[in-house]
Write a protein that binds this ligand. Sequence first.
Ligand code: GLN
Length: 414
Amino acid sequence: MNSLIKGNLAVNLKIAIVQLNPQIGQITSTVGRTWELLKKFNDKIVNTPKKPDIIIFPEFALTGYNFHSRDQILPYCSLPDKGPSYDLACKVSSMFECYTVIGYPERTKNGDKLYNSAIVINPQGELIFNYRKSFLYQTDEEWDCLENPQGFQTFPLTFQNIARDQQGNVQSVSLKTSIGICMDLSPYKFKAPFHDYEFATYNVDQGTELIICPMAWLHSTSAIAGDDNEIEVQTSINNIGRNCTREDIPVVGTQGKFDINIDNNETPRLAREDEDDRNLFHKLDKPDMCNVNYWLLRFLPFLGLKERSEWSVTALSRLILRGKLFRSSYVGAALDKYWSFKDKNAVLAIANRCGIEEGKTVFAGSSGIYKFNGQEFEGNDSLDSTNLSVELKGNLGKGNEGILYREVNFQVSR
Ligand code: GLN
């Protein structure tokens, strides 16, 4: 890693992501597979220095995702400190002595309000944070999910003895952390201007150091619910059927075929997906680079762009409306610093689910761990995974369940 900048701490954070294919109504078998997977993972790391500081699960990790009504989802909803997701997270935290983050459907005490949420359990097994999804996807709206009344949030996560100062002394560090659940990464209701990059802009402005994203993000072969072109929907459904037959997988996709990826291999950068990748659901053990590129594009405020330094003050005056600063940065550029994130570091962990629901919704898997290094590179202004300011520490494949484990070295200023 780069030499330690004066006043900075060098952090070594060990992250594990669990990628699952949960189906609605099958919590017991999903929990069973999760333990089978975690035990296999544990057997591989037990006599090594590998030991996760945090384990991250997807959005609605145990329940499945495509609920269509309030009545249908209600039996699966829990208070933050009750229910199967909470129980599992507490056990995972105590087994690995680490933080656990898991997405689950939340209901309030009298059951009148429903949210799409993620809890954070600390290594002592205590619930320390509950985040509710702020931007909702159309599927969330079908069951009367409410938006997080607080919007995006940050909170501190304290890790014991994972940092070193200039003198080499080991220290604990409290990382400024945020959670974004799937649609939080998209433009609000797909209607806000793409270049607002709401979630990434919020995090650049806040100086977030660790960004955790539990997701149920779709693969491009999905037949999108609510699409009123019935012929197109049917064509997509037929295509999904053909993909399953060709791959020799059941209609729900792969379950119990585990990829445990704990080597330090970085993901090869790829500007564009294979020609076939939009229509075919194949190479299930390889990441879907189409989505990886899109996710990284949604973090453009964190990406180095040499050309940003040439953006004129006139362009930046978009930040000022009727004499008031109404937004502190725009695509990462601020009035006082042409790139707010320059020379900073941040870690992004995306835990996406895999599998297929209702023969229609294909999830994209491809969970990954990334480091934004805050550097710009001459002649490298690409808006995808080939931008050298993002390091692709590793990804799981698009279709199999599994665990991704990586250690990320980065600096924080203290
Ligand atoms: N934008 C996401 C997608 O297209 C939203 C899905 C979600 O919120 N679960 O997959």
